[in-house]
Design a binder for this molecule. Structure first.
Ligand SMILES: N[C@@H](CCC(=O)N[C@@H](CS)C(=O)NCC(=O)O)C(=O)O
Length: 274
């Protein structure tokens, strides 16, 4: 059986987390939107799928994976399915849930990354929300980016099987997603990632190891791997990176965000007033 992946043709986006799993699994798949419309595929096939009133389990948004009669959407859900089928997740229930929990955390992080350049609406151009994006990005560098990455680093550090894999003692789809996050964040926020990298040794090493896996290495060199660009989740806008004039200030006490999250004083960044 050949899988069919329905995802936008011009970006890595959320589809890339699925592509990496399919590539590492070594299974055959068709990237439907990247095939010709003349063959019933192309982006038009995604639109037809989303509008199909005959579906009893309609997907809300891509990525969507067709596996025989099954139609599975939501990135983390697709990976839950592929992980169990292709040895990219633990076999026991506790391990599978742990991998899924981590992938759902990746899903949350991806929303924050996307919203750093589109804080008002995905339907508006970046230029139409530039002041808000600048403000949002500065907060992202203080509250979100270090918190998520330090959390993932801690998961590696606390893995009782050593700091090599996110889950247990074997490669899982979560490791592939970590690779994608680190690669994308380096593209989007080179300055911020340079500053954070020394405190993330295990994640940095995991990224390098995944890039060298023979199947992933071959995929990264192939035309199937689209380059990062200014349309996807990870976008490079110099004005949204950690600003050189920003000062890391030490405050005496811990402060709370309005979401109740404790913010470490050392991660506070004071934006320069214009
Ligand atoms: N939580 C979903 C989000 C899916 C999603 O937002 N897909 C985007 C492309 S990356 C989309 O096409 N959204 C259309 C929309 O939200 O209207 C997932 O992780 O798969």
């Amino acid at each position: 059986m050949k899988y069919e992946l329905y995802y936008w043709s011009h970006i890595q986006g959320r589809g890339e987390f699925v592509r990496l799993a399919l590539e590492q699994a070594g299974v055959a798949y068709v990237d439907v939107a990247r095939e010709p419309e003349a063959h019933g595929m192309g982006v038009a096939a995604i639109r037809r799928l989303l509008a199909d009133e005959t579906l009893t389990t309609p997907p809300y948004a891509p990525p969507v994976l067709r596996a025989g009669k099954r139609l599975i959407a939501q990135t983390a859900n697709i990976l839950l399915f592929l992980g169990a089928r292709h040895g990219l997740a633990p076999k026991d229930e506790a391990g599978r849930l742990w991998a899924h929990q981590l992938q759902l955390t990746v899903t949350d992080f991806v929303v924050h990354i996307h919203d750093s350049h589109h804080p008002i609406a995905g339907s508006l151009y970046y230029e139409e929300q530039l002041p808000e994006a600048k403000r949002r990005a500065q907060k992202f560098h203080v509250d979100r980016l270090p918190k998520f990455l330090n959390y993932f680093e801690r998961v590696l550090r606390c893995n009782p099987h050593g700091g090599k894999y996110m889950v247990g003692a074997r490669l899982s789809y979560v490791d592939l997603s970590m690779f994608q996050l680190i690669a994308g964040l380096h593209y989007a926020f080179p300055r911020a990632m340079k500053a954070l990298a020394p405190s993330l040794p295990l994640l940095v090493a995991l990224h390098a190891r995944v890039a060298k896996l023979p199947r992933i290495k071959a995929y990264l060199k192939s035309k199937r791997r689209l380059p990062f660009n200014q349309l996807g989740i990870f976008r490079r806008y110099a004005e949204l990176d950690l600003q050189p004039a920003s000062k890391v200030t030490q405050s005496k006490s811990k402060s709370r965000t309005n979401t109740g999250a404790v913010r470490a004083p050392s991660s506070r960044v004071k934006a320069k007033k214009k």
